[in-house]
Design a protein around this ligand. Structure first.
Ligand SMILES: Cc1cc2nc3c(=O)[nH]c(=O)nc-3n(C[C@H](O)[C@H](O)[C@H](O)COP(=O)(O)OP(=O)(O)OC[C@H]3O[C@@H](n4cnc5c(N)ncnc54)[C@H](O)[C@@H]3O)c2cc1C
Length: 319
């Protein structure tokens, strides 16, 4: 059999946007050869609703073993779905969970994995993928040594979700008894329910140029005006000005929003690695030679304390 299976991530039963994007790309890729697109949902969530986003079959594993994420339990469910669907490729969203689960699934199936993919091309019976390397300085074209299914994680916000309005058959995955050695006891949300930078369409980030933690109020004000999430450079996270969950970059989160606004951020290669696939980049920096301007679509050379307040006022006027 051929086809694509997509692991669909949920948080407290709510389907994550990055997974719908993976499903959208699966449906687009499968349309050419006429392959079926299946999804596997593990834990609570509306499995049937995934038909609207391109899946024709949804394998659903529910129950106490799957109420909280565990790599062992979730990998067992994905492998069980793969045994039924016999796909050519299994797609994951490249979120923290996807990046944990995809290699484990690959190892369970004895196949290779392609991570953080930003472009896909179907060649014959499998995919050739494009992925950024050297912190986004270059792109590599990669295959998975001919083994199937190919395990592929897709960078969030690069591929578009597609509401097809279709319907899906839901198949319950029953009789699974995974051995789960490490269990999640409790999940404590960080960031006071703030929008996650990895999911947001707009990200406004602050760096060392904001001078102190109290000035994140200005960044938050701009983020609020444009309906975005608050991001940060590592320098300010290391300084304890904001939590690590906001960090964008090589050792933080990789984001690809429609709009990324960098305020007082120099544009070190490790920061660029996390945001240079954003669709539109705006930089505000008082140093005209700051490297961030090399990747920016629009640049404001100036003191952010002078630039941001009138910007917020003007945006507010737009309603
Ligand atoms: C292994 C490794 C991993 C790393 N991972 C990451 C990562 O994930 N994310 C990350 O961000 N960094 C990462 N770094 C750190 C990175 O190299 C930089 O040190 C960091 O990004 C710098 O942060 P910054 O731009 O906020 O600070 P700086 O480099 O100090 O830049 C501050 C900028 O603010 C500007 N500025 C100052 N005052 C104003 C003002 N009033 N108005 C406007 N502009 C102003 C300055 O001109 C300057 O360009 C990593 C480093 C290593 C070695």
């Amino acid at each position: 059999m051929a086809g694509i299976l997509v692991f669909v991530e949920q948080r407290d039963g709510e389907i994550r946007k990055a997974s719908l994007q993976a499903l959208g790309e699966a449906a687009r890729q499968a349309a050419g050869p006429g392959w079926p697109v299946a999804a596997v949902l593990v834990g609570p969530g509306d499995a049937a609703s995934l038909g609207t986003w391109g899946a024709t079959t949804v394998y659903h594993a529910e129950g106490a073993d799957f109420a909280q994420y565990s790599a062992e339990g979730y990998a067992a469910a994905v492998v069980a779905a793969a045994e039924k669907a016999q796909p050519t490729a299994i797609f994951f969203a490249g979120t923290a969970m996807g990046r944990d689960l995809a290699p484990r699934t690959a190892s369970r199936l004895g196949v290779g994995g392609l991570a953080d993919v930003t472009g896909l091309k179907l060649e014959g019976e499998g995919f050739v993928a494009r992925r950024p390397v050297y912190s986004g300085k270059a792109f590599a074209t990669v295959d998975a040594a001919g083994k199937r299914p190919q395990i592929i994680s897709l960078r969030p916000n690069v591929f578009a979700a597609n509401e097809t309005g279709g319907t899906a058959e839901v198949v319950a995955l029953t009789g699974l008894t995974p051995t789960i050695r490490a269990k999640v006891a409790e999940v404590i949300a960080s960031g006071g329910g703030e929008l996650d930078v990895a999911e947001a369409d707009v990200v406004v980030s602050g760096g060392r140029g904001i001078k102190g933690p109290e000035n994140f109020a200005l960044i938050r004000e701009l983020a609020k005006a444009v309906g975005g999430a608050v991001g940060a450079s590592r320098a300010v996270v290391d300084a304890g000005w904001i939590e690590h969950s906001h960090q964008v970059g090589q050792t933080g989160k990789v984001v690809s929003p429609t709009l990324y606004v960098a305020c007082g951020i120099s544009g070190a290669i490790q920061h660029l690695a996390g945001m240079n696939s954003s669709k539109c980049i705006v930089a505000i920096n008082k140093d005209p030679d700051a490297p961030i301007f090399k990747v920016a679509d629009y640049g404001v050379v100036g003191d952010l304390f002078q630039v941001i307040p009138p910007m917020v006022e003007e945006i507010k006027k737009l309603g």
